[in-house]
Write a protein that binds this ligand. Structure first.
Ligand SMILES: [Zn+2]
Length: 278
């Protein structure tokens, strides 16, 4: 779809599943289950909704899905279903990996950086040979030496080969990474998550990344159990979600299995959304 003079497309890397309790933190199951039903293993199915931004000058990807570097056991544990992949989706838009000039990793968790690299001749190499990969410096450093609390969220092969190839552009705080495309550091999910703001022709789009992973997480207190700094997530959501509604931003929800793009409305302090066909 168009955003000013840019094109914005959701490119799915399939779906996966995570423990529903972990996805909804302190929200009771009887309440969250009405939003996202759990399977027999208490998991909820989640989208991997990468974003392609075509500015005319750059082809920019926001996050790279969960990728294909998984053995059968892990595929089953995470319920990975690749009815489509990021590269399949790019091909449908007549793009190859060589056409991507910028990859923005909102953070380096395996479900956001999976197709950063591809297994070739027994080793992982950068999937996008001409791209600079933009990530917060603090996130890269943390991923390289993760804490026990979130060690399981990182896979070295997603980012170490990118660093070895010299393709990371490490950012400190907010920055414009291409004309009209900015990253905004928002602590909460972890210390150095970055959201992405796109502005063209007076229109704005905003990728909430894991600050608001699905539309079910729009209420301020619906924060993931995974978040390292949940009260900061609440504060950031109270600031950004009403602003998105007020200013008519096109909102992107990376993990929503049904609603990757929506406009928000605020009525009597309650946020509702209007789904868009991606
Ligand atoms: Zn995630």
């Amino acid at each position: 779809m168009r955003l000013g003079s840019f094109e914005i497309e959701v490119i799915s890397d399939g779906t996966f599943a995570l423990d529903g309790g972990a996805m909804f933190g302190v929200v009771p199951r009887v309440v969250w289950e009405r939003q996202l039903p759990a399977d027999a293993e208490h998991r909820v199915r989640l989208g991997l909704n990468c974003l392609l931004i075509r500015t005319g000058r750059d082809n920019i990807l926001v996050d790279t899905g969960i990728g294909a570097k998984w053995d059968e056991r892990s595929r089953s544990r995470y319920g990975i279903a690749h009815e489509t992949t990021l590269l399949d989706g790019l091909a449908r838009h007549h793009l190859t990996a060589e056409d991507i000039s910028v990859v923005i990793n909102t953070h380096l968790h395996f479900d956001h950086a999976g197709t950063n690299t591809t297994q070739r001749d027994g080793r992982a190499v950068p999937t996008f040979p001409r791209a600079r990969y933009v990530v917060q410096r603090g996130e890269f450093e943390h991923a390289s030496e993760p804490h026990e609390r979130d060690r399981a969220s990182y896979v070295r092969a997603d980012f170490a080969p990118v660093a070895e190839a010299g393709q990371f552009e490490l950012i400190d705080g907010d920055a414009e990474v291409a004309p009209g495309v900015s990253v905004i550091k928002v602590a909460g999910h972890n210390r150095d998550l970055q959201c992405v703001k796109v502005a063209s022709g007076g229109e704005t789009a905003f990728a909430f990344a894991d600050l608001v992973p699905t539309t079910a997480h729009l209420p301020a207190a619906w924060v993931m159990g995974y978040d390292l700094y949940p009260t900061e997530s609440v504060e950031q959501k109270k600031r950004l979600v009403p602003q998105a509604a007020r200013e008519g931003w096109l909102c992107h929800f990376y993990h929503d299995p049904h609603t990757p793009l929506a406009y928000l409305r605020e009525r009597d302090g309650k946020i509702t959304f209007e789904r868009l066909e991606a």
